[in-house]
Design a protein around this ligand. Structure first.
Ligand code: AMP
Length: 422
């Protein structure tokens, strides 16, 4: 199948060519025809499947006919990065058309967004909070919206946006086309989808399975040796573009600094950064200024950088689903990639869950002999692993139960433990 089969308007075909797409991805094959036919869609697809183009292309086709300078499509996304990315995609795909979009999110001034709205746009891509602000200020109206898209609905729920989403939906015309995309389908999202969608077509693309072209490796390593291991494997392997995940914002920042001091081109992206700094780090990662980007899960949502060669779980993800989200950043749209995870003995249960989800075992990698750790790094690690202030113990005596359960976690078989050196 080729894009020609959808019989898009020539200006949209030109946009597809400008993006360099030749063959539709599975979600595009399945979702584009019903969206073109005006149907509501429930799309179960993870990032990296090509879902943005799956809804943007038929949306543009629809908007080519009809009035200009009225808000006719509203796309709601949970993060600034995702909103920015969708807006950029629309810009590329619509470059030969006379359609315009604006991106709306908080953390930056409102002036530019309001001016663009005043100049007239057909597509609004927005995060819920700032959109509600601008609606309150009457900077736009949603009464002319024909199509609603909710992207990454499960993340909207994670971030507590569902009440805002319901407020926004009440401002939309009842007679509209609605598309809801989500990587997972918790009960709350199912309810929301039932409220929003009319007789939807469900399109499901391996939503629980990680992208197929990723290889998954596992290193056993003690916490205080993780940084040495990271430096070692970055040097040893062909890592052109590496995304490293840490659990905390502090660790993301300090690890990027340590890597920089060791001569690597590294930056970090975490929630404490200003929008401008985040964008600088992302742009630098995209254009190759930084070969390594260290990120937390929240900050990494919506990062779309093609050609990420490696995803490294410096800290274990909290859930198997987070593992899928993280590793979905590499191997995007039919490219291959490598995911490497650093684990200690306490992580055996999570590894079992991840492997169940993957449907296969991760490759047990041989941990190299590591140089003794520098004193500065040791201090940093100690600071990181210091227990957080314990919550006040409840009278029930429940405090401490979690710890003892974790301590009992069974060890798992790495097969290569002999080569591991403290
Ligand atoms: P998405 O799932 O929308 O975040 O897309 C993931 C990546 O795949 C983006 O970098 C897109 O530009 C790219 N992509 C989308 N559709 C195609 C296609 N048909 N062929 C090649 N790459 C694509």
């Amino acid at each position: 199948m080729s894009f020609k089969d959808f019989q898009f308007h020539p200006t949209i075909d030109a946009g597809i060519t400008a993006c360099g797409y030749t063959t539709p991805t599975p979600i595009q094959k399945e979702a584009i025809p019903p969206i073109l036919a005006g149907r509501d869609i429930l799309g179960l697809a993870q990032t990296g499947t090509g879902k943005t183009a799956a809804f943007v292309l038929p949306l543009l086709e629809r908007l080519l006919t009809g009035p200009r300078k009225k808000v006719r499509a509203l796309i709601v996304a949970p993060t600034r990065e995702l909103a920015e990315q969708i807006h950029e995609n629309i810009g590329k795909m619509s470059q030969q058309t006379d359609l315009h979009s604006v991106v709306i999110y908080g953390g930056v001034g409102k002036g530019k967004q309001i001016n663009t709205l005043r100049a007239g746009v057909e597509i609004v891509v927005a995060c819920p909070g700032r959109l509600l602000d601008l609606l309150n200020e009457k900077a736009l109206t949603l009464s002319t919206v024909e199509v609603l898209v909710l992207d990454e609905a499960d993340h909207m729920f994670d971030k507590g946006f569902l009440p805002d989403i319901r407020r926004i939906i009440r401002l939309l015309p009842k007679n509209r086309q609605s598309l809801v995309f989500s990587a997972t389908m918790p009960g709350e999202i199912r309810h929301l989808a039932e409220e929003i969608l009319k007789n939807p077509v469900t399109v499901q693309i391996n939503h629980t399975l990680p992208a197929p072209l990723i290889s998954h490796g596992l290193f056993q390593v003690a916490t205080e040796q993780k940084t040495s291991l990271l430096k070692n494997i970055i040097n040893e392997r062909q890592m052109t573009s590496t995304l490293v995940f840490t659990r905390t914002k502090h660790k993301a920042k300090s690890l990027a600094l340590q890597l920089e001091r060791s001569g690597f081109n590294a930056a970090s992206i975490q929630g404490n950064l200003s929008q401008q700094k985040r964008q600088q780090a992302l742009d630098g990662f995209r254009d190759g200024t930084y070969g390594i980007l260290v990120a937390t899960d929240i900050a990494a949502r919506g990062i779309d950088v093609t050609g990420i060669s490696h995803v490294i779980n410096y800290d274990m993800p909290d859930t198997a689903e987070t593992y899928t989200h993280r590793t979905g950043r590499t191997g995007r749209a039919s490219r291959s990639g490598e995911a490497l995870t650093f684990a200690g003995h306490e992580d055996s249960k999570m590894i079992a869950l991840i492997e169940r989800n993957l449907g296969k075992k991760m490759t047990r990698e041989t941990t190299p002999v590591l140089a003794p750790q520098a004193e500065e790094e040791r201090r940093e690690e100690r600071r990181e692993t210091l227990p957080r202030q314990a919550p006040r113990a409840k009278k029930t005596g429940a405090a401490g139960q979690g710890k003892s359960r974790r301590d009992k976690a069974c060890a798992f078989d790495f097969g290569t433990r002999k080569t591991y050196q403290r």
